[in-house]
Design a protein around this ligand. Structure first.
Ligand code: UT7
Length: 326
């Protein structure tokens, strides 16, 4: 079950007007109408995902009334680690938390990262001798976004969210369903074309700006809806629940129109749909725990609430978790 939750977003607020002032051919009306985003946060230079993770994790530990030494495993879902490849951001977080002997690793599943990490943590708790696992979703997409490309620049922001998953014997609380999905045939609709092992970074790559996010927005939009709606139906079926039983739907915060479409197709009313992308944009792996944690801080979940978490993103990947809140 989830025994702690916390989030952190950087202080610097970037409004839609920032891009207009920067000379991008866009408008506040276009961004708000097409995405629902009003502002996002950008991390400060020389900070990185580990610093955001650290701040979110401290809040999460405080919320759980646990100390770092209680953690048996740290999983950090991110596509924007502090360093390319290694050391993992999870190891840097482990050092910052001062929990010396705790194994820690990063997990890469783009915007589905948090759902994949929850599923992974759940399986460690079911099969291994672990009691408390810290699961962090964090991204600083501002570091890999071309701020001169209007198709992507206006979408992304930076943030972190964290939960602690704790082993429980209760069948009626905590994570009651998790499933991860991937379809590599859609690998090209959202990617960073160069700068990896296939085409390492060099002056040509930077000149072509192919070390930044490239996206076929329409294709991602359609894939998001076409994959998640059946996945949510399958999830609810498997645990004998219906859409009426859902207390809250918490989708990856990519675009308000995507979330509205998913909710409409499932006939889930607006008041059960948690949205905070207007303030933070698309924070990738952070968006689901950030939305959950902020909601919990302000309005608050109640014991017994049924939360459906839905992630989707590059790969193409998507995933669903159903959680009964304690
Ligand atoms: O985490 C997963 C990652 N990403 C996503 O989930 C994003 C999924 N896709 C989307 O959210 C939407 O496809 C976008 C917001 C990216 C784009 O919205 P759209 O309604 O699909 O617009 P579009 O790509 O069809 O573009 C419509 C027009 C185009 O102009 P023309 O060709 O009709 O003249 C674009 O060039 O809007 C133009 N456009 C813009 N105009 C003003 C694209 N970006 C902008 C912009 N400001 N920032």
């Amino acid at each position: 079950k989830i025994t702690g939750i916390g989030h952190y977003t950087p202080e610097t607020i970037i409004t839609n007007h920032y891009f207009i002032e920067k000379g991008l051919d866009t408008s506040n009306d276009w961004i708000v109408e097409r995405t629902g985003i009003h502002q996002r946060r950008f991390n400060k230079p020389n900070s990185g995902s580990s610093e955001l993770s650290h701040k979110a994790s401290l809040k999460c530990l405080d919320n759980a009334k646990l100390s770092p030494e209680d953690l048996d495993l740290i999983i950090v879902a991110t596509s924007t680690p502090d360093h390319l490849s290694f050391p993992s951001t999870a190891c840097i977080l482990q050092e910052k938390l001062n929990c010396k002997n705790t194994p820690a690793f990063d997990l890469s599943a783009a915007c589905s990262g948090f759902c994949f990490a929850l599923s992974t943590a759940e399986n460690y708790l079911l099969n291994d001798n672990y009691k408390h696992i810290l699961v962090v979703g964090v991204d600083c997409l501002s570091s890999i976004t071309n701020l001169n490309d209007r198709k992507t620049a206006i979408l992304f922001g930076d943030g972190a969210g964290a939960v602690i998953l704790t082993k429980t014997n209760s069948k009626n609380s905590g994570i009651i369903y998790s499933k991860m999905y991937s379809n590599g045939t859609h690998k090209d609709i959202l990617k960073i074309p160069e700068g990896g092992s296939k085409s390492p970074i060099n002056p040509e790559v930077t000149k072509n700006e192919s070390h930044y996010i490239h996206m076929d927005g329409k294709a991602v939009f359609k894939s998001a809806i076409n994959t998640t709606v059946p996945a949510i139906k399958e999830a609810l079926n498997s645990v004998n629940l219906s859409t009426n039983d859902i207390s809250y739907l918490i989708c990856h915060q990519a675009n308000k129109r995507i979330i509205d479409n998913i909710a409409l197709k499932l006939k889930i009313p607006n008041e059960k749909v948690i949205i905070n992308l207007d303030k933070y944009g698309n924070t990738s792996a952070a968006s689901i725990p950030l939305a959950m944690s902020e909601f919990n801080d302000t309005i608050g979940f109640k014991k017994g609430d049924i939360l459906v978490l839905v992630g989707f993103g590059a790969g193409f990947t998507w995933g669903v978790n159903i959680v009964i809140w304690e």
